[in-house]
Ligand binder design. Structure first.
Ligand code: ADP
Length: 426
């Protein structure tokens, strides 16, 4: 019968005794019992044999010349390569065996000669198993430690992420607060603007109408009585009245954009465009403008505002024409979650550095050469943003301009915009 330890190898025993007869006897008995046995005659030999091929167990004689069993055991236990090997001392009854010393130097057990061989086998088996179990335990312990280290590292990483997340939440909260404040400011300035527009419409329009009326009477009745210079003055007054009236109208309509009076609905873009072109009939005719367009998609929004958007952009494209007659082309493409509209003209163009500036209210680049109020593009931006899109220009002086604006295709985002618009209006 072969003796195996837990890893499936033949159990390997090193016997150390300076008495060749003893060695042979024990060695034969163990071999018969199925162990793999190596036998050495001195402490020195035992140390080098244990180091070169560590056995599963050592049977160590106490009384040996040069180096006794205690010393051998002491060396074995102080060497990291051999310290795990269980050592069982073998002593003769009359040799004065010191059990306490044997355990103190690291022995796990002892056998006294003459011995009963069954007892020797039983002790060998017991300690080989014990040692196996201990090794396994140590291995498990080691794995457990590694796992704990891994978990600690994962926990640390999690804590770090948590910290980052906290910082991100705080950052967003700060932004949200700033946004809320900006919204409140905006709502206040919108309310101020609406109030101002209300005052402008009631308190400015009626005196303006009176001035306009008197100037018209003067123009009719005073033609013969007044000299040419005075007639020119009257013409100027009438022109200024018209311009101021236009300014009031545009300001009023700009201020009222947020007061959504019409509901959002599905709109045919080409119909909206047709309406805008009808409103621009005079300008198109007078400037011999040519307006072409590709098929345009249906969109969701407020009808009158989209008519106004098309009208403002095409009206500008006609107004700011160069030497050639205005040629304007509209197209729309589907891009991500929106339609991207473009209105391209062959007009005078603008310097790129004014791309943002011209969308601000009352900001104009060509105020001397072209009539206008500087409200048109601000109105366009407000309309587009109210519908959840954005608007911008690509242009070069003398090379024409292309205005782009987006309209979300997803009804959800439009709904969200509606809610935002309602909240904003309140
Ligand atoms: P307005 O036309 O009444 O001056 P807008 O707000 O419509 O006001 O336009 C602001 C300015 O942007 C204009 O004064 C003009 O300088 C410039 N602009 C607008 N549209 C065009 C265009 N198609 N080509 C060149 N410049 C333009």
């Amino acid at each position: 019968m072969n003796r195996y330890h837990s890893e499936g190898n033949l159990a390997n025993i090193l016997i150390v005794d300076d008495e060749p007869n003893n060695l042979r006897l024990l060695s034969d008995l163990l071999k018969k019992q199925g162990y793999k046995v190596r036998a050495v005659l001195s402490g020195e030999m035992a140390l080098s044999a244990a180091k070169s091929h560590p056995p599963d167990l050592i049977l160590l004689d106490i009384m040996m010349p040069d180096m006794d069993g205690y010393q051998v055991c002491h060396h074995l236990k102080n060497d990291s390569e051999t310290c795990q090997i269980p050592v069982i001392f073998v002593s003769a009854k009359d040799q004065g065996f010191d059990k306490v010393k044997a355990f103190a130097v690291g022995g796990v057990d002892y056998i006294t000669k003459p011995f009963q061989i069954e007892e020797v086998f039983a002790r060998l088996e017991c300690h080989i198993k014990l040692n196996d179990l201990q090794m396994k335990l140590e291995e498990q312990n080691y794995q457990l430690q590694a796992e704990i280290c891994q978990r600690n590292a994962a926990e640390k990483a999690l804590q770090e992420q948590n910290e980052l997340l906290k910082q991100e939440i705080e950052r967003r909260q700060t932004i949200e607060i700033a946004l809320q404040k900006a919204n409140q400011d905006l709502a206040r300035s919108n309310a101020d603007l609406e109030e101002f527009a209300g005052i402008a419409s009631h308190d400015l329009r009626s005196p303006l109408a009176t001035i306009n009326g008197y100037a018209q009477i003067l123009q009719l009745r005073g033609k013969e009585q007044l000299d040419d210079k005075c007639n020119d003055f009257v013409d100027q007054i009438l022109k200024l009245c018209n311009r101021t009236n236009l300014l009031i109208e545009e300001l009023l309509s700009y201020a009222r954009l947020n007061q959504a009076q019409e509901p959002f609905q599905l709109l045919k873009s080409d119909r909206l465009l047709q309406q805008a072109l009808e409103n621009l009939t005079t300008e198109i005719y007078q400037n011999k403008a040519e307006v072409t367009y590709d098929p345009l998609p249906p969109i969701i929004g407020t009808e009158s505002q989209f008519v106004q958007l098309f009208q403002n952009l095409i009206g500008n494209a006609i107004k700011y024409h160069g030497e050639e007659s205005p040629r304007i082309h509209l197209r729309a493409v589907h891009q991500d979650n929106c339609y991207l509209f473009s209105i391209q003209d062959n007009g005078i163009g603008i310097d790129e550095k004014y791309s943002e500036y011209i969308f601000q209210i009352f900001k104009r680049l060509h105020s001397h050469d072209y009539p206008g109020t500087g409200i048109g593009l601000a109105t366009c931006r407000k309309i587009v943003e109210r519908h959840g899109g954005s608007i911008w220009i690509k242009s070069q002086v003398g090379q024409g301009s292309t205005f782009y604006f987006t309209v979300p295709t997803e009804p959800r985002s439009v709904e969200q915009q509606m809610i935002a618009a309602i909240a904003h209006a309140n």
